[in-house]
Write a new protein. Structure first.
Length: 227
């Protein structure tokens, strides 16, 4: 005989204790899948560990919320009012991050309402899609590995710093030219993709030897950097 759980009002919950535990475990497992997927497929300079954890927590919390609501319309409206005080105050830097929030919400709702097949199949089908577009870098004009910044003499020969870039980088694009407090210096920012088997230290060493180059900074845009 199934165990029945009573709420404080003496009414039966829509789920047994076993179903509640299973719902939460499914939400936790799929939340880890979604957050890991986000971490592995993230590109750019706006990665945040707290956002990754938020995806996991939201999946589980929504599953719990759906079980709390059950089939009660009154509880649904009560929870909407209670949760309306929660607001996102952090600006999402990447619009793709929003998709992961919606995915976590959808999977949490599915797990919380015992729609396990829908929760699992939607997670893995969307995960497969995300891996495919990540692998082929769909929608990008060119691939980026590093952001290169350095000071250069304003009257210097441009070819002097382009020579090591042409030799060691598969692609490089000028992103930004910024004047400095010294009229004799300008700050250059480039997007760089290294050639095969070329390590970042080789590029840094080659540019350091170029006359007129100073304050060289190479930022790995593939790694987790939170500005």
């Amino acid at each position: 005989m199934e165990e029945q759980i009573l709420n404080p009002e003496g009414n039966l919950f829509a789920y047994t204790s076993v179903e509640m535990v299973v719902n939460i475990l499914v939400a936790i497992g799929l939340g880890f899948v979604i957050s890991t997927l986000y971490r592995q497929t993230h590109r750019g300079l706006s990665y945040s560990q707290s956002f990754t954890l938020t995806i996991l927590y939201v999946t589980v919390i929504v599953a719990v919320v759906m079980m709390v609501i059950g089939g009660s319309l009154a509880r649904a409206f009560a929870l909407v009012g209670a949760l309306s005080i929660i607001r996102f105050r952090t600006v999402i830097k990447d619009t793709k991050d929003t998709a992961y929030v919606f995915l976590a919400l959808a999977v949490g709702m599915a797990a919380g309402t015992s729609n396990y097949f829908l929760a699992v199949i939607s997670t893995f089908m969307i995960a497969a899609l995300a891996v495919i577009v990540h692998k082929y870098n769909y929608g990008v004009l060119y691939k980026s590995e590093f952001v290169l910044r350095f000071l250069y003499t304003a009257d210097g020969d441009r070819a002097s710093y382009l020579e090591p870039l042409d030799a060691l980088a598969r692609e490089h694009h000028l992103l930004h030219i910024e004047p400095t407090g010294d009229p004799g210096l300008i700050r250059l920012t480039l997007d760089v993709t290294l050639a095969e088997d070329v390590v970042p230290e080789s590029l840094v060493g080659a540019l350091r030897d170029v006359e007129g180059v100073s304050e060289l900074v190479l930022i790995a845009s593939k790694t987790d950097v939170d500005y």
